[in-house]
Ligand binder design. Structure first.
Ligand SMILES: [Zn+2]
Length: 142
């Protein structure tokens, strides 16, 4: 894979997972016709993720039209695999900037695959948003 494609593919996997995780909850809220600001925010976020995911795929298609089908299959496959391994996966929050590390999603842009447990992150790993140390992260009870 060319160097320009790699971050795009990683981003597509991240967005694909985020949108796959957000969609069922948003769909349930839509079906229940609940209109709280929280519900609206969740629905909007889910729609935004889907739009971003599709835009990212389009970017990949534009950058590598000949490889697109193979890359897209690879992305969809990774998302599907990660979605299967959900039970027991947790989220960890950076208390400084509120960045959320979701074990199901991992951090593809930092080459941390989906379904990576927080404990398995390398020593010296830092919050990608604020460089806060790994030790400061707290389990997110959502
Ligand atoms: Zn942080």
């Amino acid at each position: 894979m060319t160097p320009t494609l790699e971050p795009l593919v990683a981003r597509a996997i991240e967005l694909g997972l985020q949108s796959s995780l957000a969609t069922p909850r948003a769909a349930a809220l839509l079906a229940s016709k609940s209109h709280s600001p929280e519900a609206d925010a969740i629905i909007q976020e889910s729609q935004r993720l889907t739009i971003d995911y599709k835009a990212c795929l389009k970017e990949i298609e534009a950058a590598a039209p000949h490889q697109y089908t193979a890359l897209r299959n690879q992305i969809v496959d990774q998302v599907r695999k990660a979605m299967k391994k959900q039970p027991g996966m947790r989220k960890w929050r950076c208390p400084v900037c509120n960045f959320l590390f979701d074990e199901r999603i991992g951090l593809p842009r930092m080459k941390i695959p989906a379904s990576t447990s927080f404990q398995d992150l390398p020593d010296g790993w830092e919050c990608p948003e604020c460089d806060g140390s790994k030790e400061r992260f707290v389990l997110d009870r959502d």
